[in-house]
Write a protein that binds this ligand. Structure first.
Ligand code: KIV
Length: 294
């Protein structure tokens, strides 16, 4: 089935594009054609359906599941089982988007065999089309996964699974030495076979340079406007996150207020007896048609 989406064309104007189910080849074509694209996180079937219907080409079942949904303060505690469970839910809600499943902390770092087994489960049980892993400590795993047909999205800059090593959720690559290392990491991931690379929390100029250096697309989060694509955590975009929001987050809605208002209205109508009214109640002798409906 063909769908339409809007993206900035090569000359900078907003264009409508036709597209089919998103594949790795298509994501790479986006870069060659200068088409910027959006990726969003999704953790459940309902959200996946809405994002897919809105034309988002890539849904990332991020390990931010730990923070956005499960109430943890870092991404470290989320298990492979939980990631597979939520990836499968996203797959059930999705029709056209490419689903990328994040490999959680300690599901790929031990050995290449462990990475292959975890990634295989994300595809077979979770229904993901690709996996994402952080950093360059598992380059051999990236090579092996791509050689057996599992597309890999890389992730450099701030890699939240290393939060304790880097001393917090901080901008990376501000010194020349760090910037050179991050450039080398991104290139190493491309060489190992990654089909795209997430750049997180980097100075815009560095992200621009990496985007120029790589032939595969970069997808930025807190990495400025020059990346090939941009990703946000869906809860942040929808205004569902409480407390501190990083500078790179732009909330496009305030669903927290919408939800609070709706549940308060419900509770007050329950208290007053206004809900349920006859139109939301059953009688003992309904019309046959109405009786069939719940
Ligand atoms: O886990 C995640 O949601 C991510 C994105 C923030 C890129 O890795």
């Amino acid at each position: 089935m063909f769908r339409t989406t809007h993206a900035l064309g090569p000359t900078g104007q907003l264009k409508e594009y036709w597209y089919q189910m998103t594949t790795v080849l298509e994501i790479q074509r986006f870069k060659r054609e200068g088409r910027r694209f959006a990726m969003l996180t999704a953790y459940d079937a309902t959200t996946a359906r809405l994002l897919d219907q809105a034309g988002i080409p890539i849904l990332l079942v991020g390990d931010t599941l730990a923070m956005a949904v499960l109430g943890h303060s870092t991404t470290l505690p989320v298990t492979l089982e939980a990631m597979i469970h939520h990836t499968a839910a996203v797959a059930r809600g999705n029709t056209n988007a490419m689903i990328v499943g994040d490999l959680p902390f300690m599901s790929y770092q031990i050995s290449t065999e462990q990475a292959v087994e975890s990634a295989g489960r994300m595809l077979k049980e979770g229904g993901a089309h690709a996996v994402k892993l952080e950093g360059t400590h598992s380059l051999e795993a990236v090579e092996r996964l791509t050689s057996i047909g599992i597309p890999v999205m890389g992730h450099v800059g701030l890699t939240p699974q290393s939060v304790h090593q880097v001393g917090g959720f901080k901008v990376q690559g501000r010194s020349e030495l760090d910037a050179d290392q991050i450039k080398a990491d991104a290139l190493a991931l491309e060489r190992a076979g990654a089909f795209s690379v997430v750049l997180e929390a980097l100075p815009s100029g560095l992200a621009q340079e990496i985007t120029r250096l790589l032939t595969v697309p970069t997808i930025g989060i807190g990495a400025g406007p020059h990346c090939d694509g941009q990703v946000l955590v869906i809860n942040d975009l929808l205004g569902l996150t409480s407390g501190h929001l990083p500078r790179f987050v732009k909330p496009y809605a305030d669903l927290s207020s919408v939800i609070t208002r709706a549940v308060q209205d419900f509770a007050s109508e329950v208290a007053s007896g206004e809900f349920p009214d006859p139109s939301h109640s059953y009688t003992s002798s309904p019309s046959p048609k109405k009786d069939a409906e719940t």
